[in-house]
Design a protein around this ligand. Structure first.
Ligand code: ARG
Length: 575
């Protein structure tokens, strides 16, 4: 796709190269400082040094001799001290940007950067027979945003939900269900009941070796593929995934695969043998398989002395499988900060086993969630928040805001808007800043109609749509195409900003940082606010200007909707 800013840069580069004075390898364009009224700058220092002239002298000489394409996006060139500054032509910028956004619609920003490259994103990964807690909530939201961003760049993206559906503790889960019966509740409540059953069984087993033994027996039956054990386990998986699916739907989350840890069981023996053959793991006197002294990392196990395997063993098998199955360029793990050491050990081990070539392994770590009082959420502290309850709470609060701001909306629409606003608030609160940082559940800020919140962005979008709706109703004429009239500084600023989405997408991907898109959305809404304040739309001086401004409003609505969709946030038409 031929985007405006990319084309502008290419035109500037070509024009400089055509002078024959500056070798291509010293053409390093930069963004001018905020107080310089230009869009791209070429610092002259390197070229001037090579040519033995002073930078300002070279800048002046080039400004006088450079040829700009007559119908291109470059409007003017000017020497300012040691810099050669280039500015966009506002009229052609308007035509280019608005035509592109209109043509691309919901795909605005799409690129081919990632063509023929595969990225696997490991995210969400809840544990079976348990509710999703903070770690899974953040992983789900951040992971899906990254998936959307890489897809927009043309990568083949494979999302994999690495379910915690295996391990010794499943013996306890199954034994507890056998003892107390299947809970008759559903959704997150049923999962909470299973957690309670589990806790009761584990507590009782502490004083009763027979119970402990019985749980071990269930775990063995499960591993050996016993039909009853398998069926009960499958029931747990289905119950958990049905509950998770409700949350995923609300969050616009769609994960391609859910192989889960259990899938790797048949591959574990081979992985353990491979690690030993590669000389990175060894069997100790007790019979355990140990990895020691790997890149100065703490010792860890691949197999316990009783023959049991571990979370780590399954993660190694997962990488081997993913490399073989998908041939990815990158494997991205969206997992909480507490698992940093686990992932460092994992990555170091597979590299030592010879799997590192041609693939980058990345841990996108994220911080925790604090409650409104500034306390980290924890089960022990009793302030734990689970996903379904969190979304319900957010939607109830959002409904109160909608009732107050838009009492005239029909009841059903109020509920739909509240759902979009509430869920959007939770999602945006997670994505607006660096994932490494902790987030706070500060509802006032999350649902504020001003400031950096999803609600503010959704309002800005709805405002654009409402202007377009009124334009259709008031008989003054709809969108027009006299786009060269859009030269007011506030219009040009908004247009330049809209033009930045493709670049923001590349930066977000390179930094694994959805907040770059969030920043773009926020700045778009602010630029729109300034434009709307300074430039009358429905009452523009002429019908032609009105039509052109309506096109700008339509493009802003469309681009903002696109930006929010990349983050997994819905944009209602009315609020
Ligand atoms: N199920 C794990 C947990 O709840 C997260 C899994 C993350 N992904 C991975 N490949 N280890 O802690």
């Amino acid at each position: 796709m031929d985007y405006a800013l990319e084309r502008f840069t290419a035109e500037v580069t070509a024009a400089i190269a055509a002078t024959g004075r500056v070798p291509l390898d010293v053409i390093e364009l930069t963004t001018p400082k905020a107080n310089i009224p230009a869009d791209l700058a070429l610092p002259m220092f390197k070229a001037a040094k090579a040519l033995g002239v002073s930078p300002p002298q070279l800048a002046a000489e080039l400004a006088a001799s450079i040829q700009l394409p007559a119908t291109g996006l470059v409007g003017s060139v000017e020497a300012t001290g040691p810099f050669l500054n280039f500015s966009l032509n506002p009229e052609r910028l308007a035509q280019h940007v608005l035509a592109t956004i209109q043509a691309q619609g919901d795909a605005y920003g799409a690129q081919t950067l990632g063509a023929d490259q595969t990225v696997v994103v490991d995210y969400s990964a809840p544990n079976i027979a348990k509710r999703m807690h903070v770690g899974h909530i953040r992983s789900t939201i951040i992971g899906q945003a990254l998936v959307n961003i890489y897809r927009a760049l043309g990568y083949r993206v494979i999302g994999d939900n690495h379910l915690g559906d295996w391990g010794k503790q499943f013996g306890v889960v199954l034994a507890a269900i056998e003892r107390e019966g299947k809970p008759t509740t559903e959704g997150e409540v049923a999962l909470a009941d299973l957690e309670a059953q589990y806790a009761r069984y584990a507590a009782a087993a502490k004083d009763d070796p027979a119970l402990d033994e019985h749980a071990r027996h269930w775990s063995l039956r499960l591993e050996q593929g016993d039909a009853d054990a398998r069926a009960l386990w499958q029931w747990c998986v289905d119950l958990t995934m049905t509950a998770a699916q409700r949350n995923y739907d609300r969050l616009s989350v769609k994960i391609d695969h859910a192989y889960g840890e259990s899938f790797y069981e048949p591959m574990l023996a081979d992985v353990i043998a491979q690690a030993q053959a590669a000389g990175v793991a060894f069997r100790d006197e007790g019979g355990a398989v140990v990895v020691e002294n790997l890149q100065k990392l703490p010792t860890f196990l691949l197999q316990r002395s009783d023959g049991g395997t571990l979370y780590m063993t399954r993660d190694v098998a997962t990488i081997v499988f993913r490399l073989r199955e998908f041939a990815p360029r990158a494997l991205i793990y969206v997992v909480g900060e507490p698992q940093t050491l686990h992932l460092r050990q994992l990555f170091a081990l597979v590299e030592a086993m010879g799997y590192g070539a041609g693939v980058t392994l990345t841990h996108v770590a994220f911080g925790t969630i604090f409650d409104a009082k500034g306390m980290p959420l924890s089960t022990r502290r009793g302030n734990m928040v689970y996903l379904e309850a969190l979304l319900d709470d957010a939607v109830a609060r959002a409904l109160a805001v909608v009732e107050q701001k838009s009492p005239e909306l029909p009841e059903a629409e109020k509920l739909a808007v509240a759902e979009a606003v509430g869920v959007g608030a939770v999602v945006y609160n997670d994505l607006y800043q660096d994932p490494k940082r902790n987030i706070t559940l500060d509802w006032e800020r999350m649902l504020a109609t001003e400031g950096n919140s999803a609600t503010y962005l959704q309002y800005s979008h709805a405002r654009c749509v409402s202007i377009l709706r009124r334009a259709n109703e008031d008989g003054g004429g709809g969108v027009g195409d006299a786009l060269t009239l859009l030269t007011h500084p506030a219009e040009t600023r908004l247009l330049k900003h809209l033009a930045r989405l493709p670049e923001a997408l590349r930066e977000a991907a390179a930094r694994h940082a959805p907040f770059v898109i969030a920043d773009w959305c926020y700045a778009t809404a602010r630029e729109f606010g300034v434009f709307f304040e300074q430039c009358p739309v429905l009452r523009a001086e002429t019908p032609a200007l009105r039509g052109a401004r309506l096109r700008l409003v339509a493009a802003t609505a469309s681009a903002l909707r696109r930006g929010l969709a990349l983050l997994g946030i819905r944009a209602p038409e009315r609020m």
